[in-house]
Write a protein that binds this ligand. Structure first.
Ligand code: CP3
Length: 363
C-alpha cells in the first residue's frame, strides 16, 4: 500500500486553507485539547472488526490473540477503517486482555463470547501469580505501533488499554458477566485481595500504555467498559484510585487521555477527576448535559447509539445532527458512538456518517 497522504487519511484541513504538520496538530488531537478545529473529528470504537468484510477475510483461520501478536496483520487491520471511512483517527488493533496474556494469565478470546480465563482469581496467591508486565513481552505491540505511525502520517493513532476494574471483572468472573456478582463479592468481602489485584492490574496497564506512547501513539483511551455496574460511592472507593494511578502515571506523557465507560451517567465527574483530558459518554446522557457534569476543563467523546445505525437514513441523519449540536455546546467534542460498532453494522452507513459529520460540522 502506498503511504497515506494527509488528504486521504483525514488529517489535513479539508478546505486546504490551513496546513497540518502532524498528528499533534490534527483535528482529533486538537479537539481532545479543547482547541479550535476546522470540523468535528470522528472515529468509532471497534471501527476495526467484524463489520468489515476485509477484516473477516484477513482474520480467517487466525485466532484473535494470535492476530494481535503479528505486527503486519495489526498494521493491516488498523488501517482498514481509515482507508474505508476516512475517520480522523486510527485505533490500534489489539484487545484489553493482550497485556494480561503477556503477563502470564492463561486466557483466550472465544468468538461470540469474549475473554475466558482458565483459572479465575479469588485469593492473594492468585494475584501473586499475575505479572508484572515486562515491556519485552509486548514487543510486537511496539513494532506494530512504529509501523503504523510511519504509515499514518498526519492521522493520529490511538493506543488503549482496559481499566483495572473492567480487567478485574474478567479475571474474577472467569469470563463476561451480566451482574459482576463474583467481582463485587470479592470487592466487598475481601477488599485487601481486591485492591492488591487492581494495583497489579494498574501496573500492567500503565506499562502497556507506556510502551504504546514510547512507540508513538498520539492519544490513549482507557476502557472501563463495565464501570457503570458500580454506584458512584463504590466507584470512588474501589475502582477510581486504580484508574487514577494509570491516568496519573501518564500525566507527563504528552498525549491526551480519554477515559471511557458505559452506563456511567452518575460516574462522569469522577471519571474526569481520575485524570482524563476527554471523558467518553454513552448514548444515555446528552453531551451538553454530560459536559455540564464533567466541567469546563475536559472534552467529551461520543455518543451516537450504535443501534441508530440500523435505522433508516433520515433518522440517522437527525441523530447525528443532534449529537453534533449538543457537542458544539461543550468545550471540545470528538464524535464517536456511545459504545462499539456492532458486527452487523453496514460499513457503508459508517462511511456516510463520517461524511455527514465532516460536512455538517465544517466551520
Ligand atoms: O477497532 C477497535 O476498537 C480496536 C480494537 C479493539 C478490540 N477490542 C478488538 C476486538 C478494542 C479497542 C477492544 C477493547 C475491548 N475488548 C473491550 C473494551 C471495549 C468495549 O467494547 O467495551 C472489551 C470489553 C474487550 C473484551 C472483548 N474482546 C470482547 C467483549 C470481545 C467480543 C467477543 C465476541 O466475539 O463478541 C472481544 C474480541 C474482540 N476484540 C474482537 C475484536 C475485533 C472480535 C473478535 C473476532 O473478530 O472474532
Amino acid at each position: 500500500m502506498a503511504p497515506m497522504t494527509t488528504t486521504t487519511a483525514g488529517g489535513a484541513a479539508r478546505d486546504g486553507s490551513s496546513a497540518v504538520d502532524g498528528p499533534a496538530d490534527s483535528p482529533f488531537v486538537r479537539a481532545c485539547r479543547r482547541q479550535p478545529v476546522p470540523y468535528t473529528p470522528v472515529w468509532f470504537m471497534r471501527q476495526a472488526g467484524r463489520s468489515l468484510p476485509e477484516y473477516r477475510e484477513v482474520r480467517a483461520g487466525v485466532p484473535m490473540l494470535e492476530s494481535c501478536r503479528r505486527p503486519e496483520l495489526v498494521r493491516e487491520i488498523t488501517l482498514q477503517p481509515v482507508r474505508r471511512h476516512d475517520v480522523d483517527a486510527a485505533i490500534l488493533y489489539s484487545d484489553i486482555v493482550v497485556p494480561l496474556a503477556a503477563a502470564g494469565v492463561d486466557l483466550d478470546i472465544v468468538p461470540g463470547t469474549g475473554p475466558v480465563v482458565a483459572e479465575p482469581v479469588g485469593t492473594l496467591d492468585d494475584v501473586a501469580r499475575i505479572g508484572p508486565l515486562d515491556p519485552a513481552d509486548v514487543s510486537y505491540v511496539d513494532e506494530a505501533v512504529r509501523l503504523l505511525v510511519g504509515e499514518l502520517g498526519a492521522t493520529p493513532l490511538i493506543g488503549f488499554a482496559g481499566a483495572p476494574f473492567t480487567l478485574a471483572s474478567y479475571l474474577v468472573e472467569g469470563g463476561p458477566s451480566r451482574t459482576h456478582a463474583r467481582t463485587k463479592a470479592l470487592m466487598y468481602g475481601a477488599p485487601e485481595v481486591w485492591h492488591a489485584l487492581c494495583a497489579r492490574l494498574a501496573e500492567i496497564t500503565l506499562t502497556f500504555l507506556r510502551v504504546q506512547v514510547a512507540a508513538g501513539v498520539s492519544a490513549v483511551q482507557l476502557f472501563d467498559s463495565w464501570a457503570g455496574a458500580l454506584s458512584e460511592a463504590d466507584y470512588r472507593r474501589y475502582a477510581m484510585p486504580h484508574s487514577a494511578a494509570v491516568l496519573g502515571g501518564l500525566a507527563d506523557a504528552g498525549v491526551p487521555r480519554i477515559h471511557f465507560g458505559v452506563g456511567t451517567a452518575e460516574l462522569l465527574p469522577a471519571m474526569g477527576e481520575a485524570g482524563a483530558d476527554v471523558v467518553g459518554v454513552d448514548w444515555r446522557t446528552p453531551l451538553d448535559v454530560a459536559s455540564g457534569r464533567i466541567g469546563p476543563h475536559r472534552a467529551v467523546q461520543g455518543n451516537l447509539d450504535p443501534c441508530v445505525l440500523f435505522a433508516p437514513w433520515p433518522v440517522i441523519e437527525a441523530e447525528v445532527r443532534r449529537v453534533l449540536a449538543e457537542g458544539a455546546a461543550t468545550p471540545g467534542h470528538v464524535f464517536n458512538l456511545g459504545h462499539g460498532v456492532l458486527p452487523e453494522t453496514d460499513p457503508e452507513v459508517l462511511t456516510r456518517v463520517v461524511e455527514l459529520i465532516h460536512t455538517a460540522s465544517a466551520r
